[in-house]
Design a protein around this ligand. Structure first.
Ligand code: AMP
Ligand code: MG
Length: 487
């Protein structure tokens, strides 16, 4: 592969100069390819086999800039942990441009390719550990069918990077139609630059939401559509037990995609109040809080769009779609998780009772839902593998009886239900210990485990007997792992 096979355009660069700073990535010594995603490559119209080529690795590191690329870092602001943080921006991300992909134009962004005018106190770098986590989780979320930015590659270098310990540098290439965030809008609103605010909104509508142009109020329509997408994305998160960890408004995509993987986690022993981010001492971004934080973030976006929408009432109406949209989607997703084809009176109580039971027993979220498809509607004979997941067995038996009664009330067919449930309850999710094992090997230059997990998580609903070990409980040592904002 040569530079010519990255035929970049740069749509974002058509915005006025105030939106970004053009700059070159800072090279890293002796980069090596750690991981690549063939499906992400194909999405970008790239040949997966060619990514390992030295010329391609140089581009994926930022050591060499493709001829037509116009690298730039964008400016944005945001609310961090509920507090206005002022200007942030791409402190370590550099947009290379967009490629004509299989599903439309897609931007390629280097993360960790050196300092930018928005780096503040940071060094512009990302460490191998967090880069592998972002790469694997981006592709895992895609495998789960959840809207997300994608990850094309990780390259590493032996150059040291100082965090709590000295680690080594890496660059992830992320992909999305755009990386514009809620905070990109807040930036112009809080700087009282309403012309730029309008330019940004028009750019987003024309390029990503063209159908909204014909609405009576395109800006209110934009807010409503983003609010809906955000609600749906978070319903998906809840349904697989995904916790983002840092739902600041600068990490919320204007496309409703999961963005900025840092101290994320998947729920293991169920605890609705679980906090996956060690730096989040108050639990603002706990599992249970995610839906309402999503709404709060949409409020922040609404505030920023208010000068364009012009009417508080219209703005409020657009925001008001959040709760019903979330409720409808989580209800659908939970019905599917339980293999229920109909909605009946008492379903809410059945679900509430299940989550209370899982909470009291700290039942493993992924294992429970996967095993639930084996329950037989006729009687408790086959309950053992499920029952074993609960300390309070009589409480489980009681719930199982009500679930069985509910299944019979819709004449549920056990075999058909199992097939359907196994399509929505993943057998494999990216548990912290799995990422950790892959990271430790990669730190010793063995990248095989990263590739193994990538391939595994591409098909999380499939039985993969050779990977059975990853369908089980996490090892005891994994409870000692802690992930924080340090990345
Ligand atoms: P995050 O919490 O990762 O979403 O980052 C919040 C802000 O800090 C963003 O503007 C990032 O670009 C910036 N940032 C995070 N880490 C670094 C770093 N090592 N160097 C420069 N900027 C950074
Ligand atoms: Mg961020």
């Amino acid at each position: 592969m040569t530079a010519a096979t990255f035929p970049f355009e740069n749509s974002f660069a058509s915005l006025p100069a105030a939106f970004y700073t053009r700059l070159m990535p800072t090279p890293l010594p002796a980069p090596y390819l750690v991981a690549a995603s063939p499906s992400a490559a194909r999405l970008a119209g790239l040949d997966p086999a060619a990514l390992a080529h030295e010329d391609a690795v140089a581009i994926l590191t930022g050591n060499r800039v493709a001829e037509r690329s116009q690298p730039l870092a964008t400016v944005y602001s945001g609310h961090q942990f509920g507090v206005w943080a002022g200007q942030l921006g791409d402190g370590r991300a550099i947009l290379l441009g967009d490629l004509a992909g299989a599903e439309g134009a897609i931007e390629l962004q280097l993360k960790g390719a050196g300092m930018t005018p928005y780096s503040r106190m940071g060094d512009g770098r990302a460490v191998l550990r967090s880069s592998i986590r972002e790469f694997l989780c981006s592709e895992a979320m895609h495998g789960l069918g959840i809207p997300t930015t994608r990850a094309l590659s990780v390259v590493g270098s032996d150059q040291g990077v100082v965090r709590e310990l000295i680690e080594t540098a890496a660059v992830v290439v992320r992909m999305a139609p755009t990386f514009i965030r809620f905070g990109s809008f807040e930036h112009w609103y809080y700087n009282r630059k309403h012309d730029e605010l309008k330019q940004l909104a028009d750019y987003v509508i024309d390029r990503f939401y063209p159908a909204l142009r014909d609405e009576e109020s395109p800006y209110a329509a934009l807010l409503e559509e983003v609010t809906r997408r955000t609600a749906r994305m978070i319903a998906h998160w809840q349904a697989v037990g995904f916790m983002h960890g840092v739902m600041n408004t600068d990490n919320m995509s204007i496309l409703g995609q999961t963005l900025d993987y840092g101290p994320f986690g998947f729920m293991e022993g169920f605890d609705a109040n679980h906090i996956c981010n060690h730096s989040d001492d108050r639990g603002r971004y706990s599992y249970a809080n995610q839906p309402q934080i999503g709404h709060w973030n949409c409020y922040a976006l609404a505030q920023a769009l208010l000068p364009l929408i012009g009417e508080v009432e219209l703005t409020q109406e657009a925001l008001d779609v959040y709760q019903p949209e979330f409720a409808r989607h989580i209800d659908q997703l939970l019905h599917a998780k339980l293999g229920l084809n109909t909605s009946q009176e008492g379903d809410r109580e059945l679900l509430d009772a299940l989550f209370a039971l899982m909470q009291a027993n700290h039942t493993d979220f992924t294992i429970f839902f996967r095993r639930l498809s084996t329950l037989q509607s006729g009687g408790p004979e086959g309950d053992e593998p499920l029952r074993d997941l609960f300390i309070d067995r009589p409480a489980f038996d009681q719930w199982a009886e009500s679930y069985r009664a509910r299944l019979r009330a819709e004449n549920s067919d056990d075999a058909a239900r199992k097939l359907a449930m196994d399509q929505v309850n993943p057998k494999y999710v990216l548990r912290n210990y799995m990422a950790q094992l892959a990271i430790e090997k990669a730190q010793n230059k063995d990248f095989s485990e990263v590739e193994r997990l990538r391939a595994l998580l591409e098909r999380p609903f499939d039985e993969q007997p050779e990977n059975e070990e990853y369908a089980g409980f996490p090892p005891d040592w994994s409870s000692q792992l802690s992930v924080s904002c340090s990345s």
